[in-house]
Design a protein around this ligand. Structure first.
Ligand SMILES: Nc1ncnc2c1ncn2[C@@H]1O[C@H](COP(=O)(O)OP(=O)(O)O)[C@@H](O)[C@H]1O
Ligand SMILES: [Mg+2]
Length: 504
């Protein structure tokens, strides 16, 4: 900057004044430029940069004040220092006006040349210092700006990373929420850090919002006393820093079983619960079925021996019942015969349960089997004061074991009759759909409660005082042997069992 000349604009309508000023200011450091009017000065200000403007006040056309005003209005020249020079307007108010416009000095002629020179040098220095300061400020500002820019970029980058993290976090959360396993995580002080929907359900924590659960101690939510095994095992996991694996029975009424895995990590535990209720149930059923199979085989071995004497006794009871002299015991005969029939039916049911029981398929009509059973069913119904209605459509003949099918029908009919109150109506139908031959046994009893419905068909499951819980297990087993399906429709108005056989 120092090797560059300083531009100074001198404005005066009188050339002799300009010459005089030039003589005073002449210096190799300055580049002195003249303007003869305010208008010319304005033009020059537009095209050049000046470090100082010396402005005559009294001029034709634009006077010094007007010129200064216009110079100030332009952005480019807004800050250039202006010094007014005048011989005439010495009045105080003019001086004040000059300062108001933004002049840095108001010099009154005649001036002392050296003083003027020194003054101007002084002003220029101040102005230049200010300019260099501004440059420094500008440099700093731009440094700051670029640092700021970098920071912003950094912030943006982090935001992108944070977004990605959030997205992947969300993915994990979605996975944890969509699995059917329950999942919770706790920190080293047993405070919940995460709990998924399933876990909320498992522990019955619906009444607390999921956000409200986070940060709570799990032993507040699941007291040690209701789940002591859970407590011991989790403590074991946290102390040993090793995975633990165990089974628990959920502290609910559903008797659900869970397979639990607890994995320690650096600042806590993550715990997974897999519902194994169904597996447990199947395991139990499998052993039961095995047992039944054995029972069935045993029954097959003794059935003949037991049934023969029973048939004889039954026949003799019928004979005695018709004798005049036995008439005073008349009310006992049906009871005795009924009990024998019950015993017989238990044996028959056991027989049906033997897996390798010999079955004899013969092409025949389901409708005919039902028709032939009518007298027996009718008798059963009458004893308990109930009515049977049969609505039997012709159906295609299909391979059936008639003994087994009779068993199936009787079991369904007896359940229905037992479910009905005296005076109730039972409807037995056979019909065909496009693909199936259907037997429907409909009662107007009290229906089957959902918790009973779930267990229906499980051997030995009964809700009756003297029930065996074998009837439906046998029905399912017979249906399976015939490739048939059993559907149940039930409501408070009654129950319908559908047995659906394939047409071919
Ligand atoms: N038609 C029905 N209406 C209402 N409940 C039924 C019906 N059929 C079966 N059940 C229910 O299913 C249970 C099991 O039936 P089942 O296997 O035949 O054994 P049981 O008749 O010896 O109890 C019954 O105890 C009863 O609670
Ligand atoms: Mg039954």
């Amino acid at each position: 900057m120092s090797d560059q000349k300083i531009n100074i604009l001198m404005v005066d309508d009188r050339p002799e004044n300009l010459v005089a000023l030039e003589a005073v200011l002449m210096s190799p450091k300055y580049n002195l430029i003249r303007a003869n009017s305010g208008e010319e000065a304005l033009k020059l200000v537009l095209s050049e940069d000046f470090s100082l403007i010396l402005l005559d006040v009294q001029m034709p056309g634009l006077d010094g004040f007007e010129t200064a005003n216009l110079i100030r209005q332009r952005k480019k020249s807004k800050n250039v220092p202006i010094i007014f020079i005048t011989a005439i307007n010495q009045a105080n108010e003019f001086v004040i006006k000059g300062y108001k416009i933004g002049a840095i000095d108001y010099i009154i002629k005649p001036f002392h040349p050296d003083t003027l020179k020194l003054k101007i040098q002084g002003y220029l220095k101040v102005y230049q210092d200010r300019e260099s300061l501004e440059i420094v400020v500008q440099e700093r500002t731009s440094e700051l700006k670029s640092a700021n820019q970098k920071l912003l970029q950094e912030v943006n980058k982090r935001e992108v990373i944070a977004e990605k993290l959030m997205a992947s976090n969300k993915k994990i959360t979605n996975i944890l929420e969509s699995i059917s396993d329950a999942f919770i995580s706790v920190d080293n002080s047993w405070l919940l850090t995460y709990i998924n929907k399933e876990a909320v359900g498992l522990f019955g924590l619906f009444n607390i919002s999921p956000e409200g659960l986070i940060g709570r101690s799990i032993w507040d939510l699941i007291p040690e006393t209701i789940a002591p095994k859970f407590y011991d095992q989790l403590n074991e996991a946290i102390n040993s820093k090793k995975r633990v694996h165990f089974e628990i029975e959920a502290p609910d009424l559903k008797h659900s079983f869970y397979d639990v895995n607890a994995y320690p990590f650096f600042d806590g535990l993550s715990i997974y619960f897999r519902d194994i209720t169904e597996i447990k149930r199947l395991e139990k059923e499998m052993t039961q079925i095995d047992r039944l199979n054995t029972v069935g085989k045993l029954a097959a071995g003794i059935a003949h021996e037991v049934r023969n004497p029973m048939t004889t006794v039954r026949g003799l009871l019928q004979v005695l019942a018709s004798k005049e002299e036995c008439s005073k015991y008349n009310e006992y005969f049906p009871l005795m015969i009924g009990e024998l029939d019950r015993a017989n039916s238990i044996i028959t049911n056991f027989l049906s349960l033997a897996k390798d029981k010999f079955i004899e398929f013969k092409k025949q009509s389901l409708k005919e089997i039902v028709e032939n059973l009518f007298p027996l069913i009718q008798a059963d119904a009458m004893v308990s004061g109930k009515y049977i209605n049969m609505d039997l459509e012709e159906v295609l003949e299909i391979p059936l074991d008639d003994e087994e099918i009779r068993q199936l029908i009787l079991n369904l009919v007896r359940n229905g009759l037992q479910a009905m109150s005296p005076g109730g109506n039972m409807n037995i139908r056979t019909f065909m759909t496009k693909e199936e031959i259907v037997l429907a046994v409909q009662d107007d009893g009290k229906g089957i409660a959902p918790e009973v419905l779930k267990k229906i068909g499980t051997p030995f499951f009964t809700t009756k005082k003297d029930g065996t819980g074998l009837g439906l297990a046998v029905c399912y087993s017979i249906a399976a042997k015939h490739n048939a399906k059993i559907d149940i429709e039930t409501s408070a108005k009654g129950t319908t069992f559908y047995v659906r056989f394939n047409k071919i």
